[in-house]
Write a protein that binds this ligand. Structure first.
Ligand SMILES: Cc1cc2nc3c(=O)[nH]c(=O)nc-3n(C[C@H](O)[C@H](O)[C@H](O)COP(=O)(O)O)c2cc1C
Length: 175
């Protein structure tokens, strides 16, 4: 939209909110959930959404974004080494992610299996960066983010979409 003020032409620039969904996946379960989170995020206006494997995420990527949604398979009750490596590399930019929005999702093999400890391990790294973390109020989703055992079903995919949407809406309000 163009406004005219004292004969000066001004352009209103829309600031796009930048959201990165970073994940690791060997068997495809977490990737499928990541794609649902991406779909939910893409439904929000004025948001740039990028989906990337954690191994490919650079510190420059992390500094550019407003929100980071991280997904990992449960490996021994924690995030995978690929996701941990992304966080370990980010120690070089400690202090630069403060105030950004964060959220987590996961898939496990066992019905309990460590989904909550895995999401909490991701949220813990985000809190150490001073990020603002978003939980999941939908009971099917899993309290600390969206988690499921095995291949995500349609209910979990919907919870993933909702997580993506909600994180974007919160980032747009806060940043
Ligand atoms: C090294 C390794 C460790 C795992 N540890 C656990 C575990 O502690 N608890 C669990 O429920 N599943 C565990 N699993 C199973 C995966 O979490 C599960 O299959 C997950 O859905 C795989 O995600 P992906 O298809 O995205 O790779 C483990 C798998 C691997 C390869």
């Amino acid at each position: 939209m163009i406004e005219y003020d004292n004969d000066e032409r001004k352009e209103e620039v829309v600031r796009m909110t930048k959201v990165l969904i970073a994940y690791s996946s060997r068997g495809g379960n977490t990737e499928r959930l990541a794609q649902a989170v991406e779909e939910g995020a893409r439904g929000v206006e004025e948001v740039d959404v990028v989906l990337k494997r954690a191994a490919d995420v650079t510190n420059d990527d992390l500094m550019e974004i407003d929100a980071l949604i991280v997904g990992s398979p449960v490996y021994f009750g924690c995030m995978s080494s690929e996701v941990k490596e992304m966080f370990d590399r980010s120690v070089a930019i400690r202090g630069r992610l403060e105030g950004k929005i964060g959220a987590a999702f996961t898939t496990s093999g066992h019905p309990t299996g460590g989904k909550e400890t895995t999401m909490l391990s991701i949220l813990q790294a985000m809190l150490i960066h001073g990020m603002i973390v978003v939980g999941d109020p939908i009971s099917s989703g899993g309290h600390y983010g969206v988690g499921t055992a095995g291949r995500p079903d349609s209910e979990i995919l919907d919870a993933g979409k909702e997580l993506g949407r909600r994180v974007c809406e919160i980032a747009k309000k806060l940043i």
